[in-house]
Design a protein around this ligand. Structure first.
Ligand SMILES: Nc1ncnc2c1ncn2[C@@H]1O[C@H](COP(=O)(O)OP(=O)(O)O)[C@@H](O)[C@H]1O
Ligand SMILES: [Mg+2]
Length: 348
């Protein structure tokens, strides 16, 4: 029959749980094979008699020295309490670090109180947790990008519908009546050349109107004014067409990309449309500032406030997407009662 002590060592030899014992001085007097293996040693003889803290716990993960007095792992020797930590680390023999969870309990030994420490390598558990976190983050990102994609599709559909409407109501209408006029002119040519000439003058005028209409329409797709006159002038032209008095101020001290200019232009266009449609404002102030490291566009109306994305409209949600697509920040400050301030900020 083995002694209880020898039996215990036999058991500890075979269990997969790493266990070690330190004496009253904090020196290793026992480590089972599982502990020896986790720490990267071949044999307990390499660890025997060594101070445990200075051997496996001497530095913090940030590289700073970890004084033994501060280490809770050794505390049970002194205080008699049991201590645990699920978020610690040990150094292996080759200097690599492993994440560790440990339990340390006081243990009465022949020459004073020591501690028994049971620990596990948490590398796999952490990897699994990290994988879960990444999976959740990926799911959230996928859901967000689906929602953005949907909004972009919806706004693209809305733009197409608007274009079709404008083409139908504007340019197509003009071209159809032009066709009728030309047919009439052909009939009149033989019988009443003077009338035919008058009709031709009118037809030329109507052609010009159709051209203007198409140009307007095209400038809604990519504002021609932007390319020819620059952002501030294009915004002033936009402001001049608004049903509200609009003041455009600001300074563009750096060259902006075409994408940023177009984004700013449509931002102001939608904000002005909203001010006219919803705000009951008396006037609007548009401010653009492009100075390293930031490009800021602000639209301020003195109206009733309460602007919020969502609901039936897609204008503000579209603006949020537009700004987001260029790494910008979009903020709406529009308390009920007013006023309303829309801001888009882009890093330069
Ligand atoms: N400048 C504003 N002042 C007051 N309310 C506003 C303003 N801009 C937007 N709103 C409110 O926010 C809602 C959402 O605006 P938006 O997304 O542009 O949709 P839409 O203009 O098509 O209604 C509007 O329906 C309106 O109630
Ligand atoms: Mg709107």
């Amino acid at each position: 029959m083995e002694s209880p002590h020898a039996l215990l060592e036999l058991i500890l030899d075979t269990v997969p749980q790493p266990v070690w014992v330190v004496d009253h001085a904090g020196e290793l007097v026992f480590a089972n094979p599982a502990a020896v293996a986790v720490l990267g040693y071949d044999d307990f003889a390499e660890l025997k008699g060594k101070p445990s803290h200075q051997t496996v716990h001497h530095h913090r993960p940030d590289g700073s020295v970890y004084p033994a007095e501060q280490c809770p792992l050794l505390r049970p020797r002194m205080s008699g309490e049991s201590v645990r930590c699920d978020d610690d680390w040990f150094f292996r023999r080759d200097g690599s670090m492993i994440p560790i969870a440990w339990r340390s309990a006081p243990l009465e030994l022949p020459d004073g109180r020591g501690a028994v420490v049971a620990f596990v390598d948490t590398t796999e558990r952490r990897a699994a947790e990290q994988a879960l976190r990444e999976r959740d983050a990926a799911r959230i990102r996928a859901a967000e990008s689906r929602a953005t994609g949907r909004r972009i599709m919806e706004s693209a559909t809305a733009v197409r519908r608007q274009l079709a409407r404008n083409l139908h109501d504007g340019a197509q209408q003009q071209l159809v009546s032009l066709l009728l006029e030309l047919r009439l002119i052909r009939e009149e040519l033989g019988t009443d050349p003077a009338r035919a000439r008058r009709l031709l003058d009118e037809a030329a005028e109507h052609t010009q109107r159709a051209i203007d209409e198409l140009r307007e329409l095209a400038s809604g797709i990519h504002p021609a004014a932007l390319a020819s006159r620059g952002l501030v002038s294009a915004l002033k032209a936009l402001a001049a067409r608004s049903a509200l008095p609009v003041l455009v101020t600001g300074a563009v001290e750096v060259e902006l990309t075409e994408g940023l200019e177009a984004c700013a232009y449509f931002f102001v266009a939608e904000a002005l449309t909203n001010a006219v449609k919803h705000s009951h404002a008396s006037h609007v102030v548009v401010t653009v500032t492009a100075r390293e490291p930031q490009f800021t566009v602000e639209v301020h109306d003195d109206g009733v406030g309460g602007a919020a994305p969502g609901g039936s409209g897609s204008g503000l949600a579209g603006l949020a997407d537009r700004v987001d697509a260029l790494d910008g920040q979009f903020t709406i400050d529009s308390p009920v009662g007013g006023p309303t301030l829309l801001v888009a900020e882009f890093p330069l």
